[in-house]
Design a protein around this ligand. Structure first.
Ligand SMILES: Cc1cc2nc3c(=O)[nH]c(=O)nc-3n(C[C@H](O)[C@H](O)[C@H](O)COP(=O)(O)OP(=O)(O)OC[C@H]3O[C@@H](n4cnc5c(N)ncnc54)[C@H](O)[C@@H]3O)c2cc1C
Length: 292
């Protein structure tokens, strides 16, 4: 495993904001995972895990941590069962499964990796299908040991899992999820592919194609955040180089902004719409700890 010093993080996220990682490594094997954990322990720095950075924004300075990006992306299909390493790009997984007549099409259009999707129980809104409906179990390296979590132990809920909760509550974002077993229903490859195309078309219409991390706030008691933001008249809100998307009021768009601009815009929205208590994006401060 190669540890890099002061690696730029902005380009590794879809929002394109962030400074540098004091230490950075790509994890290709289980041995890399173990070495990364030992390195962070030895240097006494937090271990911050990154997938494709579609839901993560880093502070602008030096993140005093070991930031690791999970790159293992092997996949093995056996009947309805899919064993997949969590660095796998979700869109590629969905397409490969479609070729084999396995239907994960409900997760179409969600950027990022399987790991990120497990942590945030990615899905199509509060009433849609979430990743947990396909999960059998998840294997992760936790506090220096390998552990397999049953679906129940993952404690999935709307945009939540035990992995996300632990990192926020204990400020210990150090669990590295390495592999998952999913179970997908069978279907005809042509039909699955056509559903994927339909869902992608819908997304293209409804969502901006810009530097963004997707939805900023969680729905509040089932009411979509965009609806509350629109009602509060915040559609035109812009702070520094970050503004609310004209196309989707729960998306923040980065023009040439900073971490501070993002933090201020979140604060402003929460002041005007107190129901939006929970931020969906993961903001990581210079101390390597989540700020949301
Ligand atoms: C345009 C756009 C549209 C979006 N639409 C949706 C949507 O419809 N539904 C939805 O749910 N989300 C959506 N998102 C958000 C994002 O796609 C998901 O949250 C996605 O699952 C993030 O995956 P990632 O690999 O990029 O995670 P990252 O942003 O890299 O990481 C997210 C969190 O997961 C943790 N993590 C990632 N991989 C691992 C791992 N292997 N082990 C341990 N922890 C890990 C990180 O530490 C971090 O806390 C959208 C984002 C964008 C930019």
């Amino acid at each position: 495993m190669l540890i890099k010093d002061h690696e730029p993080l902005g380009p590794k996220t879809t929002m394109r904001i962030g400074g540098t990682a004091r230490y950075f490594a790509d994890l290709e094997t289980k041995q890399d995972v173990e070495e990364a954990y030992a390195f962070a322990q030895e240097k006494k720095v937090p271990l911050v895990v990154l997938g494709a950075g579609a839901n993560t924004i880093f502070a602008d300075g030096t993140i005093n941590a070991l930031v690791v990006r999970v790159k293992g992306d092997d996949i093995e299909i056996d009947g309805n069962s899919i064993r997949v390493q969590t660095g796998k790009n979700l869109a590629i997984l969905i397409n490969e499964c479609a070729e084999d007549g396995l239907d994960l099409s409900a997760l179409t259009g969600i950027p990022g990796t399987v790991g990120g999707a497990i942590v945030g129980n990615a899905g199509q809104g509060p009433k849609g299908t979430w990743l947990d409906s396909f999960v059998v179990n998840v294997t992760a390296f936790v506090d220096g040991e390998w552990k397999t979590f049953s679906k129940e132990e993952c404690e999935f809920a709307y945009r939540e899992s035990t992995f996300k909760r632990q990192s926020t509550i204990n400020h210990q974002p150090s669990t590295i999820i390495w592999e998952a077993i999913l179970n997908a229903p069978q279907g005809k490859p042509e039909e699955i592919k056509s559903t994927i195309q339909e869902l992608l078309k819908k997304r293209m219409k409804a969502q901006p194609h810009a530097k963004t991390s997707g939805s900023c706030f969680k729905a509040a008691n089932g009411t979509p955040a965009w609806e509350l933001i629109e009602k509060a008249g915040l559609r035109d809100l812009k702070i520094g180089g970050v503004h609310i998307s004209e196309k989707h009021a729960n998306f923040l768009i980065n023009e040439d902004g900073s971490f501070e601009d993002v933090a201020k815009i979140i604060e402003e929205v929460q002041t005007k719409v107190p129901e939006l208590k929970e931020v969906e994006m993961r903001l990581i401060g210079e101390d390597g700890q989540p700020t949301t």
